[in-house]
Design a binder for this molecule. Structure first.
Ligand code: C2E
Ligand code: CA
Ligand code: CA
Ligand code: CA
Length: 278
Protein backbone atom coordinates (compact mmCIF):
# COMPACT_ATOMS: atom_id res chain seq x y z
CA UNK A 1 0.00 0.00 0.00
CA UNK A 2 1.29 3.49 -0.76
CA UNK A 3 1.68 6.24 1.74
CA UNK A 4 -1.69 7.92 1.22
CA UNK A 5 -3.53 4.59 1.54
CA UNK A 6 -1.82 3.99 4.84
CA UNK A 7 -2.70 7.46 5.99
CA UNK A 8 -6.31 6.88 5.06
CA UNK A 9 -6.25 3.57 6.92
CA UNK A 10 -4.96 5.22 10.09
CA UNK A 11 -7.51 7.99 9.85
CA UNK A 12 -10.29 5.52 9.32
CA UNK A 13 -9.42 3.44 12.33
CA UNK A 14 -9.06 6.48 14.53
CA UNK A 15 -12.57 7.59 13.46
CA UNK A 16 -13.83 4.11 14.25
CA UNK A 17 -12.13 4.24 17.63
CA UNK A 18 -13.66 7.60 18.41
CA UNK A 19 -17.06 6.25 17.37
CA UNK A 20 -16.65 3.30 19.72
CA UNK A 21 -15.59 5.63 22.53
CA UNK A 22 -18.52 7.93 21.82
CA UNK A 23 -20.97 5.03 21.97
CA UNK A 24 -19.46 3.75 25.21
CA UNK A 25 -19.96 7.25 26.60
CA UNK A 26 -23.57 7.37 25.41
CA UNK A 27 -24.28 3.95 26.91
CA UNK A 28 -22.83 5.10 30.24
CA UNK A 29 -24.95 8.24 30.12
CA UNK A 30 -28.05 6.25 29.26
CA UNK A 31 -27.50 3.94 32.23
CA UNK A 32 -27.41 7.03 34.47
CA UNK A 33 -30.43 8.49 32.69
CA UNK A 34 -32.55 5.50 33.72
CA UNK A 35 -31.40 5.74 37.33
CA UNK A 36 -31.82 9.52 37.48
CA UNK A 37 -35.20 9.77 35.79
CA UNK A 38 -33.87 11.63 32.77
CA UNK A 39 -36.24 9.51 30.72
CA UNK A 40 -39.75 10.68 30.16
CA UNK A 41 -42.86 9.43 28.50
CA UNK A 42 -45.25 11.00 26.08
CA UNK A 43 -48.60 9.43 25.34
CA UNK A 44 -50.25 9.31 21.95
CA UNK A 45 -53.98 8.55 21.80
CA UNK A 46 -55.46 5.62 19.88
CA UNK A 47 -58.93 6.65 18.80
CA UNK A 48 -62.10 4.97 17.60
CA UNK A 49 -62.58 5.84 13.93
CA UNK A 50 -66.37 5.80 14.41
CA UNK A 51 -66.67 8.45 17.11
CA UNK A 52 -63.06 9.69 17.45
CA UNK A 53 -63.04 8.95 21.20
CA UNK A 54 -59.78 7.98 22.89
CA UNK A 55 -59.72 4.25 23.64
CA UNK A 56 -56.10 3.86 24.61
CA UNK A 57 -52.67 5.47 24.56
CA UNK A 58 -49.21 4.43 23.41
CA UNK A 59 -46.34 5.25 25.76
CA UNK A 60 -43.38 6.67 23.84
CA UNK A 61 -40.00 7.17 25.45
CA UNK A 62 -37.88 10.33 25.28
CA UNK A 63 -34.52 11.10 26.83
CA UNK A 64 -34.04 14.50 28.39
CA UNK A 65 -30.25 14.66 27.99
CA UNK A 66 -28.49 17.25 30.21
CA UNK A 67 -26.38 18.53 27.27
CA UNK A 68 -28.12 17.50 24.05
CA UNK A 69 -31.66 18.23 25.21
CA UNK A 70 -34.70 16.19 24.30
CA UNK A 71 -33.68 13.10 22.30
CA UNK A 72 -36.04 11.07 20.11
CA UNK A 73 -36.15 7.30 20.68
CA UNK A 74 -34.79 6.44 17.23
CA UNK A 75 -31.54 8.10 18.31
CA UNK A 76 -30.98 5.91 21.38
CA UNK A 77 -33.20 2.78 21.31
CA UNK A 78 -30.83 0.91 18.91
CA UNK A 79 -27.91 1.63 21.28
CA UNK A 80 -30.03 0.56 24.26
CA UNK A 81 -30.87 -2.70 22.47
CA UNK A 82 -27.24 -3.35 21.45
CA UNK A 83 -25.99 -2.83 25.00
CA UNK A 84 -28.85 -4.64 26.74
CA UNK A 85 -29.71 -1.45 28.63
CA UNK A 86 -33.14 -1.59 26.99
CA UNK A 87 -34.24 -4.13 29.61
CA UNK A 88 -33.93 -1.61 32.46
CA UNK A 89 -35.43 1.10 30.28
CA UNK A 90 -38.46 -1.08 29.51
CA UNK A 91 -39.04 -1.69 33.23
CA UNK A 92 -38.82 2.05 33.76
CA UNK A 93 -41.50 2.46 31.08
CA UNK A 94 -43.77 -0.24 32.53
CA UNK A 95 -43.56 1.34 36.00
CA UNK A 96 -44.24 4.87 34.81
CA UNK A 97 -46.79 4.12 32.09
CA UNK A 98 -48.92 1.93 34.37
CA UNK A 99 -48.77 4.46 37.21
CA UNK A 100 -49.87 7.12 34.73
CA UNK A 101 -52.66 4.93 33.39
CA UNK A 102 -53.99 4.49 36.94
CA UNK A 103 -54.11 8.30 37.38
CA UNK A 104 -55.69 8.80 33.97
CA UNK A 105 -58.38 6.21 34.65
CA UNK A 106 -59.10 7.78 38.05
CA UNK A 107 -59.19 11.35 36.87
CA UNK A 108 -61.28 10.74 33.77
CA UNK A 109 -63.52 8.07 35.29
CA UNK A 110 -62.84 5.95 32.20
CA UNK A 111 -61.81 2.48 33.41
CA UNK A 112 -61.53 1.01 29.94
CA UNK A 113 -58.64 3.03 28.63
CA UNK A 114 -55.52 0.92 27.90
CA UNK A 115 -51.83 1.61 27.49
CA UNK A 116 -49.52 0.17 24.82
CA UNK A 117 -45.86 -0.34 25.67
CA UNK A 118 -43.15 -1.10 23.10
CA UNK A 119 -41.07 -4.11 24.09
CA UNK A 120 -37.81 -5.38 22.62
CA UNK A 121 -36.52 -8.91 22.15
CA UNK A 122 -34.20 -8.77 25.18
CA UNK A 123 -37.13 -8.03 27.46
CA UNK A 124 -38.22 -11.64 26.93
CA UNK A 125 -34.97 -13.16 28.15
CA UNK A 126 -36.14 -12.93 31.74
CA UNK A 127 -38.43 -15.87 32.67
CA UNK A 128 -39.73 -13.83 35.63
CA UNK A 129 -40.82 -11.02 33.32
CA UNK A 130 -44.53 -11.83 33.45
CA UNK A 131 -44.68 -12.26 37.23
CA UNK A 132 -42.92 -8.96 37.71
CA UNK A 133 -45.32 -7.31 35.27
CA UNK A 134 -48.36 -8.76 37.03
CA UNK A 135 -47.07 -7.33 40.32
CA UNK A 136 -46.89 -3.84 38.82
CA UNK A 137 -50.42 -4.18 37.45
CA UNK A 138 -51.64 -5.35 40.84
CA UNK A 139 -49.89 -2.50 42.62
CA UNK A 140 -51.87 -0.04 40.50
CA UNK A 141 -55.08 -2.07 40.64
CA UNK A 142 -55.08 -2.47 36.88
CA UNK A 143 -56.16 -5.50 34.95
CA UNK A 144 -53.92 -7.25 32.44
CA UNK A 145 -56.30 -6.31 29.62
CA UNK A 146 -55.35 -2.67 30.22
CA UNK A 147 -51.85 -3.48 28.97
CA UNK A 148 -50.95 -4.01 25.33
CA UNK A 149 -47.45 -5.18 24.45
CA UNK A 150 -46.17 -3.94 21.08
CA UNK A 151 -43.60 -6.25 19.55
CA UNK A 152 -42.04 -6.48 16.10
CA UNK A 153 -42.12 -9.15 13.43
CA UNK A 154 -38.35 -9.45 13.84
CA UNK A 155 -38.87 -10.75 17.37
CA UNK A 156 -41.33 -13.44 16.22
CA UNK A 157 -39.09 -14.59 13.40
CA UNK A 158 -36.55 -15.79 15.93
CA UNK A 159 -38.93 -18.71 16.57
CA UNK A 160 -37.75 -18.99 20.15
CA UNK A 161 -39.56 -21.31 22.55
CA UNK A 162 -38.71 -18.97 25.40
CA UNK A 163 -40.40 -16.02 23.65
CA UNK A 164 -43.35 -18.14 22.55
CA UNK A 165 -43.89 -19.48 26.07
CA UNK A 166 -43.71 -16.06 27.66
CA UNK A 167 -45.99 -14.45 25.07
CA UNK A 168 -48.51 -17.25 25.53
CA UNK A 169 -48.55 -16.66 29.27
CA UNK A 170 -48.88 -12.89 28.78
CA UNK A 171 -51.81 -13.45 26.44
CA UNK A 172 -53.42 -16.02 28.77
CA UNK A 173 -53.16 -13.58 31.65
CA UNK A 174 -55.24 -11.12 29.59
CA UNK A 175 -52.72 -8.79 27.95
CA UNK A 176 -52.99 -7.93 24.27
CA UNK A 177 -50.08 -8.63 21.96
CA UNK A 178 -49.78 -6.24 19.01
CA UNK A 179 -47.40 -6.58 16.09
CA UNK A 180 -45.98 -3.14 15.43
CA UNK A 181 -45.03 -1.79 11.99
CA UNK A 182 -46.91 -4.71 10.49
CA UNK A 183 -46.10 -5.35 6.84
CA UNK A 184 -42.59 -3.91 6.85
CA UNK A 185 -39.63 -6.10 6.10
CA UNK A 186 -40.85 -9.62 6.67
CA UNK A 187 -43.42 -11.82 5.06
CA UNK A 188 -43.28 -15.05 7.06
CA UNK A 189 -46.92 -14.87 8.03
CA UNK A 190 -46.90 -18.34 9.55
CA UNK A 191 -46.00 -16.81 12.91
CA UNK A 192 -49.53 -15.36 13.05
CA UNK A 193 -50.94 -18.71 13.99
CA UNK A 194 -48.05 -20.00 16.05
CA UNK A 195 -47.89 -16.93 18.29
CA UNK A 196 -50.71 -15.53 20.43
CA UNK A 197 -51.13 -12.30 18.47
CA UNK A 198 -54.21 -10.14 19.14
CA UNK A 199 -53.57 -7.03 17.04
CA UNK A 200 -51.82 -5.93 13.85
CA UNK A 201 -50.66 -2.32 13.67
CA UNK A 202 -50.46 -1.23 10.04
CA UNK A 203 -47.20 0.63 9.56
CA UNK A 204 -47.45 4.35 9.05
CA UNK A 205 -45.57 4.20 5.76
CA UNK A 206 -48.52 2.37 4.13
CA UNK A 207 -51.10 4.72 5.62
CA UNK A 208 -49.04 7.69 4.46
CA UNK A 209 -48.90 6.44 0.86
CA UNK A 210 -52.24 4.73 0.43
CA UNK A 211 -54.02 7.70 -1.19
CA UNK A 212 -51.34 8.16 -3.88
CA UNK A 213 -50.19 4.61 -4.34
CA UNK A 214 -52.51 1.76 -5.33
CA UNK A 215 -50.08 -0.85 -4.01
CA UNK A 216 -49.96 0.76 -0.57
CA UNK A 217 -53.75 0.90 -0.56
CA UNK A 218 -53.83 -2.76 -1.61
CA UNK A 219 -51.56 -3.63 1.29
CA UNK A 220 -53.72 -1.75 3.79
CA UNK A 221 -56.79 -3.48 2.44
CA UNK A 222 -55.07 -6.90 2.59
CA UNK A 223 -53.92 -6.41 6.18
CA UNK A 224 -57.47 -5.45 7.18
CA UNK A 225 -58.97 -8.52 5.53
CA UNK A 226 -56.22 -10.73 6.99
CA UNK A 227 -57.17 -9.38 10.41
CA UNK A 228 -60.82 -9.97 9.69
CA UNK A 229 -60.22 -13.56 8.54
CA UNK A 230 -58.03 -14.37 11.53
CA UNK A 231 -60.14 -12.52 14.11
CA UNK A 232 -57.35 -10.08 14.90
CA UNK A 233 -57.77 -6.39 15.66
CA UNK A 234 -56.17 -4.08 13.13
CA UNK A 235 -55.00 -0.64 14.21
CA UNK A 236 -53.70 1.95 11.74
CA UNK A 237 -50.87 4.30 12.69
CA UNK A 238 -49.59 7.49 11.10
CA UNK A 239 -52.98 9.00 10.18
CA UNK A 240 -52.25 12.61 9.24
CA UNK A 241 -55.38 13.69 7.31
CA UNK A 242 -59.16 13.42 7.47
CA UNK A 243 -59.09 11.79 4.06
CA UNK A 244 -56.88 8.99 5.38
CA UNK A 245 -59.14 8.59 8.41
CA UNK A 246 -62.23 8.38 6.14
CA UNK A 247 -60.57 5.86 3.83
CA UNK A 248 -59.57 3.61 6.74
CA UNK A 249 -63.06 3.87 8.16
CA UNK A 250 -64.57 2.91 4.79
CA UNK A 251 -62.29 -0.16 4.82
CA UNK A 252 -63.78 -1.05 8.21
CA UNK A 253 -60.69 -0.23 10.29
CA UNK A 254 -61.86 0.52 13.83
CA UNK A 255 -58.95 2.10 15.64
CA UNK A 256 -56.28 4.55 14.51
CA UNK A 257 -53.45 6.69 15.76
CA UNK A 258 -51.74 9.66 14.18
CA UNK A 259 -50.85 13.33 14.24
CA UNK A 260 -54.26 14.14 12.71
CA UNK A 261 -55.98 13.03 15.93
CA UNK A 262 -53.25 13.89 18.42
CA UNK A 263 -49.49 14.04 18.72
CA UNK A 264 -47.66 12.31 21.55
CA UNK A 265 -48.09 14.54 24.61
CA UNK A 266 -47.26 14.72 28.30
CA UNK A 267 -49.68 13.22 30.84
CA UNK A 268 -51.25 16.50 31.97
CA UNK A 269 -52.05 17.53 28.41
CA UNK A 270 -53.49 14.10 27.70
CA UNK A 271 -55.77 14.44 30.73
CA UNK A 272 -57.10 17.76 29.43
CA UNK A 273 -57.61 16.26 25.98
CA UNK A 274 -59.59 13.31 27.36
CA UNK A 275 -61.68 15.54 29.66
CA UNK A 276 -62.53 17.87 26.77
CA UNK A 277 -64.02 15.10 24.67
CA UNK A 278 -66.61 14.14 27.31
P1 C2E B 1 -43.41 3.19 16.88
O1 C2E B 1 -43.61 2.23 18.00
O2 C2E B 1 -43.82 2.76 15.53
O3 C2E B 1 -44.18 4.50 17.36
C1 C2E B 1 -44.86 5.37 16.49
C2 C2E B 1 -43.96 6.51 16.08
O4 C2E B 1 -44.62 7.23 15.04
C3 C2E B 1 -43.74 7.54 17.19
O5 C2E B 1 -42.45 8.10 17.00
C4 C2E B 1 -44.82 8.57 16.91
O6 C2E B 1 -44.52 9.86 17.40
C5 C2E B 1 -44.81 8.56 15.41
N1 C2E B 1 -46.09 8.99 14.87
C6 C2E B 1 -47.32 8.89 15.41
N2 C2E B 1 -48.27 9.39 14.59
C7 C2E B 1 -47.63 9.81 13.49
C8 C2E B 1 -48.07 10.45 12.27
O7 C2E B 1 -49.25 10.70 12.05
N3 C2E B 1 -47.11 10.73 11.35
C9 C2E B 1 -45.78 10.46 11.57
N4 C2E B 1 -44.92 10.78 10.62
N5 C2E B 1 -45.33 9.87 12.71
C10 C2E B 1 -46.25 9.56 13.65
P2 C2E B 1 -41.40 8.22 18.18
O8 C2E B 1 -42.08 8.60 19.45
O9 C2E B 1 -40.28 9.08 17.71
O10 C2E B 1 -40.89 6.73 18.36
C11 C2E B 1 -40.13 6.12 17.36
C12 C2E B 1 -39.91 4.66 17.66
O11 C2E B 1 -39.08 4.47 18.80
C13 C2E B 1 -41.20 3.92 17.99
O12 C2E B 1 -41.88 3.62 16.80
C14 C2E B 1 -40.64 2.69 18.68
O13 C2E B 1 -40.19 1.73 17.74
C15 C2E B 1 -39.45 3.26 19.42
N6 C2E B 1 -39.83 3.50 20.82
C16 C2E B 1 -40.45 4.56 21.38
N7 C2E B 1 -40.62 4.39 22.70
C17 C2E B 1 -40.12 3.16 22.99
C18 C2E B 1 -40.01 2.39 24.19
O14 C2E B 1 -40.45 2.76 25.30
N8 C2E B 1 -39.40 1.15 24.08
C19 C2E B 1 -38.94 0.68 22.87
N9 C2E B 1 -38.37 -0.53 22.86
N10 C2E B 1 -39.04 1.38 21.74
C20 C2E B 1 -39.62 2.60 21.79
CA1 CA C 1 -45.26 1.10 18.74
CA1 CA D 1 -45.29 1.47 14.63
CA1 CA E 1 -41.56 2.25 14.01
Amino acid sequence: ANHSDMLEQTEKSSTELSQVLASVKVAKEFRLAIANDQLLLEYQPLVSLDNRKILGIEALMRWQHPVHGRMAPDSFIPMAEDTGLIVDATWWVFEHALAALRRIQDQTGNREIFVSVNVSAQDFNDPAMLDRLLLILEKHELEARHLHLEITERLLLRQSDQVRGLLNRCRQSGMSIAIDDFGTGYSALSYLHTYPVSTLKIDKSFVGQMLDDKQALGLVRSILSLGDNMSLNVFAEGVETEEQAKTLQSLDCKIAQGFYFARPMPENQLLTTIMEQH
